[in-house]
Design a binder for this molecule. Structure first.
Ligand code: FES
Ligand code: FES
Length: 240
């Protein structure tokens, strides 16, 4: 006989039995046991995922540690050419250019980010090459002073440095030229303040700063703000 009341009573007892973790026969309903099993499975899965992530990080760290102290292959993209070198990871970009290749135009003045004589361009931005490891510079477009003249023809800025007598000993000059080259590429008509700001990371111990500003103005086609009369030594060399 169908007795709705007895069915309801049966279901109620199953539900109560499940809720306290007692046997519920073949019923797959919610139970404390199933709940605890689920929690345990989730916790184990999360722990396994965490362990895998930690193992991956360790593997990465170990892979990074294997560089050095001996020489490792390093490829630098300098002036549009691939430079393949064997360098210890401690070698700076400046050292790599000057002592492991023939690019000696960048100068070492202080080797501590104070003078700017070592300035090169990295992706068009001036950087101190003495403060950059060569291995860090891989994959970047590097330009040195050798790369801004084409087939031995000086850049307009380099010619302006000669014309405006913007150097004495010349040791700082490559660094200034690189900083000013980056400036003119981004700002073809800079103000005097902008020129000074762009070259503020470069020092000239010979004191040619006013001439350097005039040279940058000359290259930019701006009338010089410097009232000094320049002797064009470069042109004197052409005289018979
Ligand atoms: S040599 Fe790099 S800043 Fe002086
Ligand atoms: S020209 Fe001599 S340090 Fe600048």
């Amino acid at each position: 006989m169908n007795n709705p009341k007895s069915k309801a009573s049966q279901s109620g007892s199953e539900a109560r039995g499940d809720a306290v973790g007692q046997s519920s026969g073949s019923s797959p309903g919610f139970s404390r046991r199933n709940f605890l099993k689920g929690v345990a499975t989730t916790a184990v899965s999360a722990m396994a995922a965490q362990t895998a992530a930690v193992a991956q990080e360790l593997e990465k760290a170990n892979a990074e540690k294997v560089l050095g102290p001996g020489a490792v292959p390093v490829t630098l993209n300098v002036n549009g050419t691939q430079l393949k070198l064997m360098l210890e990871p401690r070698v700076t970009l400046l050292d790599a250019l000057r002592n492991y290749s023939s690019l000696t135009g960048s100068k070492e003045g202080c080797d501590r980010a104070a003078c700017g004589a070592c300035t090169v361009l990295m992706n068009g931005q001036p950087v101190y090459s003495c403060q950059k490891l060569a291995i860090e510079a891989q994959g970047q477009a590097l330009t040195t002073i050798e790369g801004i003249s084409a087939n031995g023809d000086l850049s307009p800025l380099q010619k302006a440095f000669l014309k405006r007598d913007a150097l004495q000993c010349g040791y700082c000059t490559p660094g200034f030229v690189m900083s000013a080259t980056a400036l003119l590429a981004q700002n073809p008509h800079p103000s005097v303040d902008e020129i000074k700001h762009a070259c503020s990371g470069n020092l000239c111990r010979c004191g040619t700063h006013p001439h350097i500003v005039a040279a940058v103005q000359e290259a930019a086609g701006i009338e010089s703000s410097n009232p000094t009369t320049f002797i064009e030594y470069a042109s004197l060399a052409d005289e018979p």
